[in-house]
Design a protein around this ligand. Structure first.
Ligand SMILES: Cc1cc2nc3c(=O)[nH]c(=O)nc-3n(C[C@H](O)[C@H](O)[C@H](O)COP(=O)(O)OP(=O)(O)OC[C@H]3O[C@@H](n4cnc5c(N)ncnc54)[C@H](O)[C@@H]3O)c2cc1C
Length: 432
């Protein structure tokens, strides 16, 4: 039963939108989510995602006891340590996540499809699939109207754009914010983690996630994902039917390389390359790397090979608050290098739901709502602006093609490895 006469419209049922909906429901606020996908598994969501302690704490804030326990239960191992090596797997820097006894302050590795199913739990009457948002209109009575491609509309008191890096809500609300392709692309693949793989695998690659700094502007992220409890069992999901891309039950090893299309010998438009082009491109990129990495690439299931452009916001500038706001990639698209985007999306959701819940009165006035939105946006900018910049720097470092820049990067990692306080700080938030 809503505790406030307040309705929030959320555009996008991704990580940010669903977590926000969970948080708002928990706070007794009415929410409706509109998603253009027609089902939760319309498209590949990517593989596993690294949730750091701030992301886990945000989930703890938004989910009820039962759902949070399910999140812990269905997350995978392999999310605690992070090692940096060169392309011959020679160690550079090893970060061990703090072993916090409080489960809401730990690193987790979670399958994206599983997480989406989990976040949809209890929201069956709240999320409308197959609804393509087009634009909004602010009415004189203080309410906001969302318009959809099928001619339908929804009316609420606050509109939240959780519609990802190409956000249409942002395009109308803050047209001066720029999010663009960085000129790099990512190509990922996965292979089942079974006894056959264990027999040839370099053991440290199964013990912690690895970032491999390759030569001439290339980088590879490698991580194992082993389920604690099979998600299909815990969540009652139908079996994936042998398709490893959408499979939520089979333990796996994944890798993802980042480089320029030129370095990979692929066209810049990732939609033009399917598995037949991606497989030889990555094999050639890692041609003189450690044999285990070469084999991980060669043995990847071809059906799982996917390519994505790497996008980033130019910055997260200040704007005046209104009853239309943004969360997740719509607000602060960061490159995946550093594994921060999803964690910030969770943090935004927790923050915004609390700020809206803390407004005075059962039916807050417009000025009160705008103040709450402004408080959320100020706090969000505090962590997001830095994260966007540092993830861009991570990318620039990884793409640097000249040998001197690379040598300096490797030397910096080796130096940090000898500085325990710096390592501890990095380990607290580290991700892929
Ligand atoms: C390869 C890769 C690896 C990553 N790894 C990590 C990691 O380990 N850790 C981490 O923290 N982050 C990671 N990230 C970043 C993370 O995935 C994103 O930051 C996160 O998914 C953002 O969530 P979101 O809900 O804001 O956006 P999205 O997940 O993009 O969701 C947006 C939703 O809005 C919907 N939508 C869009 N337009 C409309 C419309 N017009 N009408 C209706 N619905 C619409 C979309 O269909 C989608 O469901 C990674 C990113 C990539 C690309």
């Amino acid at each position: 039963m809503p505790r406030k006469a307040l309705k929030v419209l959320v555009i996008g049922a991704g990580l940010a939108g669903l977590t926000l909906a969970q948080g708002l429901r928990r706070q007794g606020i009415e929410v409706e989510v509109y998603e253009r996908d027609t089902t939760p598994v319309d498209r590949a969501q990517g593989y596993r995602i690294h949730i750091n302690p701030s992301g886990t704490a945000a989930l703890r804030g938004c989910l009820g006891e039962e759902l949070f326990a399910l999140f812990l239960d269905t997350s995978g191992s392999g999310g605690t340590g992070l090692c940096f090596t060169d392309h011959r797997l020679r160690p550079l820097l090893s970060l061990e996540g703090p072993r916090n006894p409080d489960p809401s302050r730990t690193h987790r590795s979670v399958c994206r499809v599983t997480l989406r199913h989990l976040l949809l739990r209890g929201l069956e009457d709240t999320v409308v699939f197959g609804r393509h948002y087009e634009r909004y209109e602010e009415r004189a009575d203080g309410r906001v109207v969302a318009h959809f491609a099928d001619g339908s509309r929804a009316v609420g008191d606050v509109l939240v754009g959780a519609d990802g890096s190409r956000s249409r809500v942002r395009a109308q609300r803050l047209p001066r914010i720029r999010v663009a392709d960085t000129g790099a692309i990512g190509v990922a693949g996965k292979l089942p983690l079974d006894d056959a793989l264990r027999a040839w695998m370099h053991p440290p690659l199964l013990a912690s996630a690895h970032i491999v700094m390759g030569p001439q502007g290339s980088r590879m992220f490698v991580a194992a994902h082993e389920y604690r409890t099979k998600p299909s069992k815990a969540l009652g999901l139908p079996p994936a039917g042998g398709d490893l891309l959408f499979d939520t039950d089979t333990d796996y090893l994944m890798w993802a390389v980042t480089a320029t299309p030129g370095r990979l010998g692929l066209p810049p438009d990732t939609r033009l390359s399917g598995p037949p082009q991606l497989a030889p491109a990555v094999r050639s990129l890692v041609g003189d790397w450690h044999p285990t990495l070469r084999r991980a690439v060669a043995d990847a299931d071809p059906g799982t090979l996917t390519a994505l452009p790497v996008r980033s916001a130019a910055s997260v500038p200040h704007w005046e608050p209104s009853r239309v706001t943004l969360v997740g990639d719509a607000a602060h698209c960061a490159t995946p290098l550093g594994g921060m985007g999803g964690n910030m999306a969770l943090r935004d959701a927790d923050l915004l739901s609390r700020r809206l819940a803390a407004t005075e009165g059962a039916r807050p006035e417009q000025a009160v709502l705008e103040r709450a939105v402004g408080e959320y946006e100020a706090a969000m900018r505090g962590y997001a602006a830095n994260a966007v910049l540092s993830s861009k720097k991570n990318l620039e470092r990884s793409l640097a093609e000249n040998a001197l820049s690379r040598a300096m990067t490797l030397a910096t990692f080796r130096m940090i490895d000898r500085l325990p306080p710096v390592k501890r700080r990095m380990a607290a938030e580290a991700g892929g």
